[in-house]
Design a protein around this ligand. Structure first.
Ligand code: FES
Ligand code: FES
Length: 77
């Protein structure tokens, strides 16, 4: 079963580059753990630069139209 979920992952983030898992296979959601390669998903992570300490709602369903960020699409799935 894929580790992705039908809800955002809300995380307290600190500044820096984060690699959001776009394929849904990482066991370290919402971050890429390299599974997109080992599972031949044909996908790649989206790199996001977080510039300040803040709460981030990362998309867990992988269907958001806003890339790495939850835009509410999960509630229509
Ligand atoms: Fe999903 Fe890398 S593990 S994009
Ligand atoms: Fe909300 Fe994906 S979890 S749009």
């Amino acid at each position: 079963m894929s580790p992705k979920q039908n809800a955002p992952y809300v995380k307290d983030e600190t500044p820096g580059r984060k690699a959001w898992c776009s394929c849904g296979e990482s066991v370290n959601q919402p971050y890429c753990d390299g599974s997109h390669k080992s599972k031949n998903t044909g996908k790649a992570p989206i790199i996001v630069e977080i510039t300040e300490t803040k709460k981030v709602a990362w998309c867990g369903c992988k269907q958001s139209k806003s890339g790495a960020f939850c835009d509410g699409t999960h509630s229509k799935l």
